[in-house]
Structure formats: structure tokens, C-alpha cells
Design a binder for this molecule. Structure first.
Ligand code: ATP
Length: 369
């Protein structure tokens, strides 16, 4: 069993900088979990503490039922794949993959069996006699993974393993890594700053900022139910629109106003704002680009949520069009059908899907509804 428990883990570097603060997480056996966040948020530091490459300042790291804070890296049953692959240039692919096992004095025929099996899984069995410089980036990446696989670890740690590959190969390797996880049936912990990679690979994602966990959730929950403004803005591309608005009560209705525009909220969302005491206050409204609609059918049924925008730029991407617009001095992006005829300079009516509006507290930046 390779279940991991991180309890109140903190990392303070010798210069006094606290890179990871009170990190709490349980990782289930065989789970594929992703640490994601902007550069410097503490993802690699956390991974390196799990690997034993970085000392834990306080807190506890449990792997299975063993407290591992002071266990040497080689005794943790963990293998790590690095961003730069760290292959030995003078060794063949075979020797690169066999090296760790040789150090552990694994019998020669056992090494041979494991190297050939891993090479087959990764489709590099025809490259075993080559040296790294005679390989493409994607092939080197596979060798680096192969070197980890042969050790048959309980936990795989991967630190931005695809970031040196070109965009097309990255997408291809993403699928390969998913398949590898299914095939190996071990725990994967994967670090990336790329939210798309996180969303497509992980069954659970840990979003971090400034050394603090912001949300741990499934990809779909992170997208549809972000905990706060940071997660809402970080997950999704183009990112969620944020508009400064004021909460106005009119009769039984709760309306979000900005400039001359007014959006009536559905009852359930209105209730949360009233209960939270937000009447008369400023809040941030969030709406994803795909929840802005230009179709006549939508405009007809949503008269309370239509706004008029000035289109600044349109971007045709084939299957969809992005409209970059300004409404009452605030920027908005819409993702619409490619048949949309709008062009820059147009005034354009667009309806918000009010059931998909998010509202955030302006000060705490936490989600209200
Ligand atoms: P990236 O995506 O850029 O690799 P990251 O989220 O993995 O970022 P870390 O490498 O974990 O971030 O670094 C977290 C913070 O700790 C950063 O602000 C970094 O400058 C700082 N840091 C890292 N190593 C040290 C060190 N040895 N001493 C002091 N501060 C450090």
C-alpha cells in the first residue's frame, strides 16, 4: 500500500523564507494527484520533501504506516522523474535504465528482465543501444520514465516532466502518462504549472498559491465550484471574466449593477447574498467565457441578463470564436459559435447564463455563491 499522509507540513528555508505552510493532504493508494500553481508557489518544494531531497521543517510525512521524515530518499520506495531528465550522456539507454538497479546490487538477469519490460511498455525497446544525444526530446523523456519504472516504486513523483517538449508532443505524452498510470497501478504525484495539464491528467488536483493549499478537488469541481477568486481565475482558459459590481435589492429581487447594466440573480444565489449581508456592498461577479451567449434563443429567454458590449477584437479558432469586449469600462471575453458574425467595432448584445454566475467577496476573495 502506498498511501501518503502529509500532516501540517511546513518548509522554512535557511534564509528564513517559508515556502510551504501547514500543508495537509491524504493521498490514496494508486491515486493520480496533481500539484498545480504559479511559479514559486511551493509545488516542487513539497514534492522534494516527499522524495526526501529537502528536509521537512515541521509536520509529519507518512508513507503507508511509516513516519518518513528522517528516512533516507533511497529507502522511501519512491522514484522521481525530473524536468531535465538527468540522463547520463555517456551511457546507453539500457545502462541509464539499469544504473539504479545495479547500484542496489539487483541480480543481472532480473535487471535485464525489468529493463526490457519497461522499454516495451514505453515503446523504446528499439533504442536500448543508443546514447541520450541520439534521441529526440520525447524519447529522452521516456527513458527518464523507464529509469523510474524499473525500480518498481510504490510512488512516482514527477516534476514538470513534459515542460521541455513541444506543444504537440506534450499532448501526446499526456495520454501516455495516463495510460502508464493505469497500467502500473501505483500512486502518481505530478507537479505542473500548466492548468490544462493538471485538468486532463489528475483525478484530484491540489491548487497552491504562496505555499498554501487553495483547494483540493476533482477537475470538474475546481472548474464549476472554485473556492475563491484565485482558483476561479487560475483554472480555465481563456480565464473567467471578473466584473466589479454592486449588490442592489429591488423588491424581492437581488440585482448586480455595474455602470448602466443590471443583472438579476436567480433566487438561490440572491438568497446567499442576502444571508451574507451583502446588500448595498461591492462584490466581484465571475462568469466564464462560454456562459456568455449571443444566440437569439438565449437572448429571448434571458431578458434580465442582457448586456451591451463593444467588441474590440475577434479571434477565430475554427471550432469557436473568442470575442474580446468592453462593457461599462470593464473587459469581458466570450467564447461563441464560429457562425457568429460579430466584428471589431460592433456594439453587441450578449446574455449571461445567470445560473452560472459566481460571486466573490471583494475583500476576502472567497466564493459567496
Ligand atoms: P516553479 O514552477 O517555478 O518550479 P514551484 O512552485 O515549484 O515553482 P518552489 O521551487 O517550490 O516553487 O519554490 C517555492 C519558493 O521557495 C520560491 O519562492 C523559491 O524562490 C523559494 N526557494 C526555493 N528553494 C529555496 C532555497 N534553497 N532557499 C530559499 N528559498 C528557496
Amino acid at each position: 500500500m502506498a498511501e501518503l499522509k502529509l500532516k501540517n507540513i511546513t518548509k522554512k528555508y535557511p534564509n528564513g523564507f517559508v515556502a510551504v505552510k501547514d500543508f495537509n493532504l491524504d493521498i490514496a493508494d494508486k491515486e493520480f494527484i496533481i500539484f498545480v500553481g504559479p511559479s514559486g508557489c511551493g509545488k516542487s518544494t513539497t514534492l522534494r520533501m516527499i522524495a526526501g531531497l529537502e528536509e521537512i521543517s515541521s509536520g509529519e510525512l507518512w508513507i503507508g504506516d511509516k513516519l518518513c521524515n528522517d528516512v533516507a530518499p533511497k529507502d522511501r520506495d519512491i522514484a522521481m522523474v525530473f524536468q531535465n531528465y538527468a540522463l547520463y550522456p555517456h551511457m546507453t539507454v539500457y545502462d541509464n535504465m539499469a544504473f539504479g538497479l545495479k547500484l542496489r546490487k539487483t541480480p543481472k538477469d532480473e535487471i535485464d528482465k525489468r529493463v526490457r519490460e519497461a522499454a516495451k511498455i514505453l515503446d523504446i525497446d528499439h533504442l536500448l543501444d543508443r546514447r541520450p544525444k541520439a534521441l529526440s526530446g520525447g524519447q529522452r523523456q521516456r527513458v527518464a520514465m523507464g529509469r523510474a519504472i524499473v525500480r518498481e516504486p510504490k510512488v512516482f513523483l514527477m516534476d514538470e516532466p513534459l515542460s521541455n517538449l513541444d506543444a504537440k508532443l506534450r499532448v501526446q505524452m499526456r495520454t501516455e502518462i495516463s495510460k502508464l498510470h493505469q497500467r502500473l497501478q501505483t500512486t502518481f504525484i505530478y507537479v505542473t504549472h500548466d492548468q490544462t495539464e493538471a485538468m486532463t491528467l489528475g483525478t484530484r488536483i491540489v491548487v497552491m498559491k504562496d505555499g498554501i493549499i487553495q483547494q483540493v478537488d476533482s477537475p470538474s469541481n475546481l472548474y464549476s465550484k472554485p473556492n475563491n477568486l484565485f482558483v476561479a481565475g487560475f483554472i480555465g482558459s481563456p480565464q473567467m471574466n471578473f466584473i466589479d459590481t454592486k449588490v442592489v435589492k429591488r423588491g424581492d429581487d437581488i440585482i448586480l449593477t455595474f455602470g448602466d447594466e443590471e443583472i438579476k440573480l436567480p433566487q438561490e444565489k440572491a438568497k446567499k447574498l442576502i444571508e451574507g449581508g451583502y446588500e448595498g456592498k461591492e462584490v466581484i461577479m465571475g462568469i466564464r467565457p462560454e456562459d456568455l451567449h449571443d444566440e437569439p434563443a438565449f437572448l429571448e429567454v434571458s431578458p434580465d441578463s442582457i448586456i451591451t458590449c463593444d467588441i474590440e477584437v475577434t479571434e477565430m479558432l475554427g471550432a469557436e470564436v473568442f470575442l474580446y469586449m468592453v462593457c461599462q469600462g470593464q473587459n469581458l471575453t466570450a467564447r461563441v459559435d464560429p457562425r457568429c458574425q460579430a466584428k471589431s467595432g460592433d456594439k453587441f448584445k450578449i446574455a449571461l447564463d445567470v445560473n452560472r454566475i459566481h460571486v466573490f467577496d471583494k475583500e476576502t476573495e472567497q466564493t459567496i455563491t
